[in-house]
Design a protein around this ligand. Sequence first.
Ligand SMILES: [Zn+2]
Ligand SMILES: [Zn+2]
Length: 281
Amino acid sequence: MRHILHERFSYSDSILLVSGAIQNFYVDNYSDFNMFWEIIRDHFPDKLFKSKKETILHEYLWWISNNSSMIEDFRNSDYSQEMFVFYENTLKDFDVRIPSKIIPNFEYIEGHGFCGKCKSCKKLINYVDWIAEKIDEFKPNIIHSAFHVLMLNKHFLRDFHERLAECIDRDKARLHQLHSEYILETGKIKRMSSLPVWLKRGMFFRDKGVCTICRNPLSGDLFLGIDPDMDHIVPLDKNGNNDPSNFQILCNKCNNKKRHYSSATSSYDIPYWNLPIEDQE
Ligand SMILES: [Zn+2]
Ligand SMILES: [Zn+2]
């Protein structure tokens, strides 16, 4: 067995972050996304051109996350018990033990209402600060966990990269002027000469070794040293980019059919309980 680096995931907070990201993307207007685009365009254009492990999606999740303040959320919720239960559970994902001496007397505070001035209320405010600081410490793990959840949502990935493609198209002159080795005047980003092995392995693992569209298994290919077709969900011809979140695996036949024209993907997946059981077949 080759060594695999295991990482701690937090699915408590990350799922809330994912739902916030989806809501922000679909519900809020385009001006928000344009603000995000300016961050990518001005600070991380390399992420568009070459696959990086810290993806554009990570940046999006950081951006969503930085736009809200946990301390403010606590305040706005009138320090609701639900909020505490939620973040205490998030800290459990990281095996953080909360020292009992810093836990405020919730019953007392509930009895007299939050005044913000008495000893108990001040203890509560300090407690919130303590939680916020701890959560901040684990933010990279939370973002990374959220990335893994969002990577399963192929329709979101397609829509996300279609919107990025619109931004690339709009700013193509500027991008080409600054990065002509990676992007053509037409706004088309150049194909990478070869894709990193970690990316091919990772996509095969996420897509469970089956073609995203026709669902035929490609397993075996990887072990035979044959690469499955790595497809750009939003094609480079349509101003798609080389970020890992814009890839999926396809069989040769589906890839030939999709070509440069379509951003076809699928929300099919394989439920845990649906794996074939040999002696029942
Ligand atoms: Zn008080
Ligand atoms: Zn196929």
